[in-house]
Ligand binder design. Structure first.
Ligand code: HEC
Ligand code: HEC
Ligand code: HEC
Ligand code: HEC
Ligand code: HEC
Length: 232
């Protein structure tokens, strides 16, 4: 009986600690953003277009290497392949009949005809008080893979990293883990920075640390850690 108050006190302490830890975790971006996967107006699939068909990310996200902001393509980009009757994309595909009356493609064509854009729901977003620049990262040799994961395997885009401040800084402190020698670094036999499968293999291969450090040195990369670099 004498042990009861002690046991209760210790038990109470651990329960409180667990609730606090759980609550703290629940209110962090890691918890509520990882896995964020909103339903989109058209069931456009990266798994099909970027994966199976192998269309380069930059065919649609044309600004990703040129500007801070990575654009989402407008409907006219889709219409390069999806004009409707006699769809170029379908000509040699056995599934043509199945897709002739595809509801999603009808929606894409209607959007194009009406000139009203398709209202894609935004998935990744840093708050307005923080600044992120795509071109600076992609040109430094950081692949889409390191921040967005295997988009080419996702039927619906899902956020795979929390993208909180600690996540940015983790990489800025040890960028070699994410730096690759890719096509734009002038190397022969190097995969494209948008070839997520090849990049994934490269990043998990032996010797990545050394080659990452070499990229950082050759390109004189210095990911900033001071507040004003991201908050201004
Ligand atoms: C370079 C050519 C190309 C471009 C550009 C393209 N697509 Fe496709 N799309 C295809 C092909 C090929 C298929 C596969 C057809 C099949 O499976 O029969 C397809 C299939 C689809 C489907 C049907 C998937 C299903 O099974 O229901 C949708 C919806 C679709 N595309 C939407 C889009 C949207 C939206 C865009 C613009 C953001 C786009 N596509 C851009 C080539 C393209
Ligand atoms: C045929 C055009 C096309 C290609 C190719 C393509 N995308 Fe996309 N992407 C889109 C469209 C349309 C959306 C908006 C709808 C959605 O989220 O699915 C989008 C959305 C995204 C998003 C989420 C944007 C947000 O709201 O946060 C990411 C990240 C992304 N794409 C990365 C990639 C990567 C990486 C590749 C190459 C492996 C790629 N995309 C190839 C058309 C394309
Ligand atoms: C260093 C990390 C990082 C890399 C590398 C990266 N992204 Fe992003 N991406 C982000 C972040 C962070 C956001 C949210 C940006 C914001 O809110 O301004 C984002 C947002 C996006 C969006 C949504 C933009 C919008 O306004 O809807 C698209 C599309 C996208 N990325 C595509 C790509 C593609 C394609 C690549 C590779 C060529 C790529 N990203 C490489 C971190 C990255
Ligand atoms: C996977 C690695 C990685 C992640 C994640 C990452 N960065 Fe970077 N970042 C880099 C590297 C490498 C550089 C160095 C580029 C250079 O020196 O040219 C850099 C440079 C920068 C710069 C300076 C260049 C510029 O844009 O003016 C800013 C600002 C920046 N990152 C912001 C961010 C923010 C904000 C996030 C999180 C939302 C983030 N980064 C996430 C690797 C990363
Ligand atoms: C590499 C870019 C980067 C640097 C450097 C950076 N921050 Fe941040 N910071 C961010 C991003 C991105 C967020 C948004 C996180 C989110 O989505 O919740 C953020 C969020 C914050 C917040 C809001 C609370 C939070 O933690 O989410 C504060 C306060 C803050 N930063 C202060 C600072 C201070 C002080 C410094 C310098 C010691 C600093 N930051 C350096 C990128 C950066």
């Amino acid at each position: 009986m004498n042990a009861i108050p002690t046991v209760a006190a210790v038990g109470g302490f651990f329960t409180l600690a667990a609730v606090t830890a759980g609550g703290t975790y629940y209110f962090t971006p890691e918890f509520w953003r990882v896995g964020y996967e909103p339903e989109q107006p058209v069931n456009y699939s990266h798994q099909l277009h970027a994966g199976t068909l192998g269309i380069d990310c930059r065919y649609c996200h044309t600004n990703v290497e040129k500007s801070g902001h990575s654009n989402v393509p407008d409907t006219s980009t889709c219409m390069n392949c999806h004009t409707g009757s006699g769809d170029q994309a379908y000509l040699n595909l056995t599934l043509w009949n199945a897709h002739k009356v595809n509801e999603n493609l009808v929606r894409v064509r209607e959007a194009y005809a009406s000139t009203a854009p398709i209202e894609w729901k935004r998935v990744h977003k840093v708050p307005d008080y923080a600044h992120f620049n795509h071109a600076a990262h992609v040109k430094a040799g950081v692949s889409c893979y390191s921040c967005h994961g295997r988009i080419d395997q996702q039927a619906v885009v899902r956020q795979v990293h929390g993208m909180a401040m600690g996540w940015c800084l983790d990489c800025h402190r040890n960028p070699e883990r994410a730096l690759v020698i890719a096509d734009d670094l002038g190397a022969t036999d190097a995969p494209k920075i948008t070839d997520l499968e090849a990049i994934e293999a490269l990043l998990s291969s032996r010797g990545q640390r050394e080659s990452g450090l070499a990229v950082a040195k050759a390109r004189q990369l210095a990911p900033p850690e001071h507040c004003a670099a991201c908050h201004y």
